[in-house]
Design a protein. Structure first.
Length: 507
């Protein structure tokens, strides 16, 4: 048995731990791998800059640590240490390195309804444990379901509390809520596990929320035709609008589709589900990247505005309460607690609700983003990797067909296509046209552009060809320069074009 560190709040973090590489970050906090000096055990340290916290946010942080200390379950990330220093608070958790649940599924060679049953069972077991301890998670979603290797062959799913996720009708209606909100989220997750897309979906948030409030979902053909009635029945019992009539975690675990899956759940391979999950993963991670940019831009814009007004040093800005989404069920029942949303609203004209931007400056900023995007596309067409790297952030992330559903970080992935194009003796000229560019400005230092891209080229037979793709790029101003920090593109993988064109790539 390996013994971890003792819970403490008085010693310095650096006295007990060696900090290693970054594992991930939000708009304001960062997670790094760390090693306990005395034992050599690896952990994940969530490092929160407390200078940016209001007194209320700091209370939420302390409450999160208090709640996490109570959770001792094999399927829940364990808090081993909590250390407060002058400017930072350190939460030391289990190191979970297996990746997200949905990413693991798309990498499998075989995936069936029975596998979905096993996944939701482990999630429900964790939720049942929380509910028995009068704790409501409130934020179950794919990003919070992580895979870890435990021992030799055992796999366990870990929930990590974060920002608001799959909202239930009672939360949207601002009604008092409690444990049933987690069951609703389980219903949404189970629906996705079975077909690869969510039960409620609309680009317009108001229409999406209306669907959720009404419980308006269905089981369309043909993908649902191969799902057993028992699985659909469990989803229905979880996605019951009335929280008082919604199934509990303990009751769900006793449903035959879960406790006797060998006899009830189908074992047919669900390739269509895996394919849909790949697309679903790409969409949600693109939105996550854009949201992170929006939050950071909101913070920077608010800080700059306050500094201009007061003429003083950088001000303390309230951050999103990303680290305090668990709550005591007793608190929610007593006070009728409600989830507060602090979203940045981007109006139809592209301005951000967090800071007014003069129309002339806004127009100039939009034109600059279009110009920078065109320069980037020209660099791709000309196979100029030097110019390309000057326009892209070194840690740029991308979702594109060539990555086969994976999130790629860094520009080195694209170097192959530049090198291939320059070394190909049959390379021909490529012409790129950007159609219908739409720019959303996010403060003074962030922007998102969406457009249709037409690429004209000559194939190996000397015939003119045109390909169309839909692209979105997130730009961020760093040290006075606009850099592309994320790109999302639909269409055919470039390697499927290798044999029809000498130019080949579309990234």
């Amino acid at each position: 048995m390996v013994v971890g560190p003792t819970m403490t709040s008085s010693t310095k973090f650096s006295d007990n731990y060696d900090v290693k590489e970054e594992l991930g970050k939000g708009a304001f906090s960062v997670v790094r791998r760390c090693v306990h000096k005395a034992t050599g055990i690896e952990f994940a340290a969530k490092i929160i800059n407390t200078k940016k916290l209001s007194a209320r946010d700091f209370q939420k942080l302390e409450r999160e640590a208090r709640i996490c200390r109570k959770l001792q379950h094999p399927n829940i990330v364990r808090l081993h240490d909590s250390i407060q220093e002058e400017s930072f608070h350190y939460l030391v958790f289990d190191l979970v390195t297996g990746g997200e649940l949905f990413e693991d599924i798309v990498a499998r060679e075989f995936y069936s309804e029975a596998d979905a049953s096993h996944c939701i069972q482990q999630i429900l077991e964790s939720i049942a444990y929380c509910h028995q301890n009068c704790i409501v998670h409130r934020d179950l979603k794919p990003e919070n379901l992580l895979l870890a290797k435990v021992g030799q062959d055992t796999e366990a799913w870990f929930g990590f509390a974060g920002t608001p996720g799959y909202l239930s009708p009672e939360v949207l209606k601002k009604d008092p809520y409690g444990k049933p909100v987690d069951i609703w989220a389980c219903g949404v997750i189970l629906y996705i596990l079975l077909v690869g897309y969510p039960p409620f979906w609309d680009e317009d948030q108001h229409r999406l929320y209306a669907q959720i409030k009404a419980g308006a979902y269905d089981y369309p053909s043909p993908e649902w035709d191969t799902v057993t009635p028992e699985a659909k029945s469990l989803i229905d019992s979880m996605l019951t609008v009335n929280p008082k009539k919604r199934i509990t975690a303990d009751q769900a675990l006793k449903v035959p589709w879960i406790c006797n899956r060998e006899r009830v759940a189908s074992v047919m391979h669900r390739q269509d589900t895996v394919d849909c999950l790949k697309k679903f993963n790409a969409r949600r991670k693109l939105k996550g990247a854009i949201l992170t940019t929006m939050i950071a831009a909101r913070h920077l814009s608010s800080r700059n505005l306050l500094n201009k007004k007061e003429g003083g040093p950088p001000s303390t800005i309230k951050e999103s309460s990303e680290s305090s989404q668990t709550l005591d069920d007793t608190e929610s029942d007593k006070g009728g607690s409600q989830l507060k949303h602090e979203n940045t609203v981007v109006r139809a004209d592209g301005t951000s609700a967090t800071k007014s931007v003069p129309s002339s400056s806004l127009s100039a900023q939009k034109q600059e983003i279009v110009r920078m995007t065109q320069q980037l596309l020209d660099a791709i067409s000309c196979k100029d990797f030097d110019v390309y790297t000057k326009l892209c952030d070194p840690a740029m992330t991308c979702f594109e067909p060539e990555a086969l559903g994976n999130l790629i970080e860094g520009v080195e992935f694209h170097r192959f296509y530049f090198d291939y194009g320059n070394s190909n003796p049959r390379k021909t000229q490529v012409h790129t046209t950007m159609l219908n560019p739409t720019v959303h400005v996010i403060g003074e230092e962030g922007a998102c552009i969406a457009y249709v891209r037409l690429t004209q080229f000559m194939d190996r037979n000397g015939e003119a060809r045109t390909r169309q793709t839909q692209e979105s790029r997130v730009w961020q101003k760093k040290a006075g320069r606009w850099l592309c920090v994320h790109v999302h593109r639909s269409g055919q993988p470039a390697n499927s074009i290798f044999y029809t064109t000498s130019s080949s790539s579309l990234w």
